[in-house]
Design a binder for this molecule. Structure first.
Ligand SMILES: Nc1ncnc2c1ncn2[C@@H]1O[C@H](COP(=O)(O)OP(=O)(O)O)[C@@H](O)[C@H]1O
Ligand SMILES: O=C(CO)[C@@H](O)[C@H](O)COP(=O)(O)O
Length: 498
C-alpha cells in the first residue's frame, strides 16, 4: 500500500494525517504549540516551534503505524494564513512570526489606504486589514528597521516549515493572496504595490501552484520523521483553501463553515472577474484558476477556548459542554459577542471587544457556555448573510469542519442559525485532508482533483434546520446584530485601559 501525508499547521496545533490510496485515514497525530501575547492586540508564535512540533508529530505517526518509509510517496501542507515570517541569511526566522489575529497594524493599514486608494482593491481584490501580511511587513520596517534590513525573504507559516524540511523557498498562490502584495487575478507579485512601499522584489519568494512539486526532503529531516529522502513535497495551500479542498468545495454553490481558532464562512467562485469590493475576502483557491469568497470571525474557537481556560480549565471540551443541551435556545436572554481580539467580518474593527449582555441571577455556567456557542455562530451568520446578499442565495447546504465540528450540538445550532443543512465529515481534519489530496493528485494517483475528492472525502451525517428553532434564532439574531453599534463607542473609551 502507498500513502500520502497531509500536514495542517493550525494556530493551536499541527495536525498530521496519513492517507492511503483508497482515501482511508491510516493514522493521525497532533502537537500543540504556544501563542504569545506580549501586549494587548499582539499575537505571535515561534516559527521554530512549528518546525520542532511538525517533526515530532510526523515521527510519532510513522512510528505508530509502522510502515516502510518508502511507502509514503508525497507530502503537502496546509497552514494558518497571513502570518509574517522573516527569514535571515542563515536560513532561519529572525523574529517571532506576527500572526493573522495580531491587530497592532491599524496605522499601517491606514497608510496603505492613503497611498494606494482604490488601486488596492483593483489589484488585490481585498481591503487593507490588520490581519493581512503587508501591514505587518510595514510595521517591522518602521519599528524594527535593523531586523527588516537583515531579512532576505518573507514567507507564510506553512511555507516556512516546508522550506526547513526541503531547503527550497517558495510561496504558493492561495496563501500569497492573503498578503496584499499579490495581483490576485494575474497571479504575480504586484510591482506597483512593492514600489509604492519601497519593498524590494527580492523579499518576495518565487510563486508556485498548490500542486507543484517543489522538491524532496533534506536527509536529516527525512530521518528524524521516519520518512525517505525521495518523498515528493508539494507546495500545498492556505488552511482555508485546503479546508475547502478537503470538504469537496470545488464546484459552484458549495459552501464551508470552519471553526478552528478563527471561524470562516466560505463559498466557491470560478469567475476571476467577480468584484465584491472587499466586503468579503476574495482569494485564489488551491484548485488552479478558481477562487473563493470568505468572511472571518477572528475569535471563533478561540472564544470557546478562552472561556474554557478561564472558567473550566480542568475540564475537556465535551465535559464542559455537557449541560448546554438543557439550556433553552437564546440562553434565557444572555447574549455573547465573540470580539475578544477585535473583529474582521462584517466589522473591520481592531478596537471592538467582546460582551456578555443580559446577565441575571438565574444564569449559571451552562447558560454562559451556550451563549458563547450561540454568539460565535451568530458572528459566522453575519458572513453568511453578506454572502447571501452578494447573490449567493442558494447557499442551503454547508460542510462544517475544524475543531468546532466535534460537537454535534454545535452542528445542530449551526443548522438552526444558518437555516441550512449542515454536513459533518467522518474526520473534522478538513485542511490536513486537503493537503493530503494535493499530495495524492500531485503524485499522479488521480487524473483530476474531483476524482480524488470523491474517493477521499466521506460524509458522515447531516443536520437539518428545525423550523421552530430557526424562527426563535432569527429573532435573537436581530438583537445580537445591534450589540456591535451599541458597544463600539464604549470599547473605544475603554481602549486606554487595556
Ligand atoms: N469537543 C469539542 N467541542 C467543541 N469545540 C471544540 C472541541 N474540541 C475543540 N474545539 C474547538 O476547536 C478549536 C480548535 O480547532 P482547530 O481546528 O484544531 O484549530 P486550529 O486549526 O486553529 O489550530 C478550539 O479552539 C475549540 O474551540
Ligand atoms: O486569517 C484567517 C483567514 O483569513 C484565519 O482563518 C487563519 O487562516 C487561521 O486559521 P485557523 O488556525 O483558525 O484554522
Amino acid at each position: 500500500m502507498e500513502y500520502v501525508l497531509g500536514i495542517d499547521l493550525g494556530t493551536s496545533s499541527v495536525k498530521v494525517v496519513l492517507v492511503d490510496e483508497k482515501g482511508s485515514v491510516s493514522g493521525e497525530a497532533v502537537r500543540e504549540y504556544e501563542l504569545f501575547q506580549p501586549k494587548a492586540g499582539y499575537s505571535e508564535q515561534n516559527p521554530e516551534d512549528w518546525v520542532t512540533q511538525t517533526l515530532s508529530a510526523v515521527a510519532e505517526l510513522t512510528e505508530k503505524v509502522s510502515i516502510s518509509p518508502q511507502s509514503v510517496k508525497g507530502i503537502s501542507f496546509s497552514g494558518q494564513m497571513h502570518g509574517l515570517v522573516l527569514v535571515g541569511d542563515k536560513g532561519h526566522s529572525i523574529r517571532p512570526a506576527i500572526l493573522w489575529n495580531d491587530t497592532r497594524t491599524t496605522s499601517q493599514c491606514q497608510e496603505i489606504v492613503d497611498v494606494l486608494g482604490n488601486r488596492l482593491l483593483d489589484i488585490t481584490k481585498n481591503k487593507s486589514l490588520e490581519g493581512f501580511t503587508l501591514p505587518k511587513l510595514l510595521w517591522v520596517k518602521q519599528h524594527e528597521p535593523e531586523i527588516y534590513e537583515k531579512a532576505i525573504a518573507f514567507v507564510l507559516p506553512k511555507d516556512y516549515v516546508r522550506y526547513r524540511l526541503t531547503g527550497a523557498l517558495h510561496m504558493e498562490y492561495s496563501d500569497a493572496a492573503g498578503t496584499l502584495l499579490l495581483d490576485v487575478t494575474n497571479k504575480e507579485w504586484s510591482e506597483e504595490i512593492c514600489s509604492a512601499f519601497s519593498i524590494s522584489a527580492a523579499l518576495c519568494p518565487e510563486l508556485v501552484s498548490s500542486f507543484d512539486c517543489v522538491g524532496t526532503l533534506l536527509p536529516e529531516m527525512a530521518s528524524s520523521m521516519g520518512l525517505a529522502e525521495e518523498t515528493k513535497v508539494f507546495a500545498g495551500g492556505a488552511d482555508n483553501a485546503c479546508g475547502a479542498l478537503g470538504a469537496g468545495i470545488v464546484n459552484d454553490g458549495a459552501a464551508l463553515c470552519s471553526i478552528g481558532t478563527s471561524g470562516v464562512l466560505l463559498s466557491y467562485e470560478e469567475k476571476k472577474e467577480q468584484d465584491f469590493r472587499g466586503i468579503l475576502h476574495f482569494f485564489n483557491h488551491a484548485k488552479p484558476n478558481s477562487y473563493y469568497l470568505m468572511g472571518v470571525t477572528l475569535a471563533a474557537g478561540y472564544s470557546l477556548s478562552w472561556f474554557k481556560n478561564t472558567f473550566a480549565k480542568e475540564k475537556k471540551f465535551e465535559e464542559m459542554l455537557q449541560g448546554v443541551s438543557s439550556v433553552p435556545i437564546g440562553s434565557n436572554g444572555l447574549l455573547f459577542t465573540p470580539y475578544l481580539a477585535g473583529e474582521r467580518t462584517p466589522y473591520a474593527d481592531s478596537n471592538i471587544r467582546a460582551s456578555f449582555i443580559g446577565m441575571d441571577g438565574s444564569h449559571s455556567f451552562d447558560h454562559f457556555a451556550r451563549a458563547v456557542l450561540e454568539g460565535i455562530t451568530f458572528s459566522l451568520h453575519d458572513s453568511l448573510e453578506l454572502m447571501r446578499t452578494t447573490g449567493k442565495k442558494e447557499i442551503n447546504k454547508i460542510i462544517s469542519i475544524g475543531g468546532g465540528a466535534k460537537s454535534e450540538l454545535w452542528l445542530q445550532m449551526q443548522a438552526d442559525i444558518f437555516n441550512a443543512t449542515i454536513v459533518k465529515l467522518t474526520s473534522e481534519q478538513g485542511p490536513a485532508l486537503g493537503a493530503a489530496i494535493i499530495a495524492a493528485v500531485g503524485c499522479g494517483w488521480f487524473d483530476t482533483i474531483e476524482d480524488c475528492t470523491e474517493t477521499f472525502i466521506q460524509y458522515e451525517k447531516e443536520f437539518s434546520p428545525i423550523p421552530e428553532n430557526v424562527i426563535v434564532y432569527e429573532e435573537i439574531y436581530q438583537i445580537y446584530k445591534d450589540i456591535y453599534q451599541q458597544t463600539k463607542e464604549l470599547n473605544q473609551r475603554l481602549h486606554v485601559f487595556r
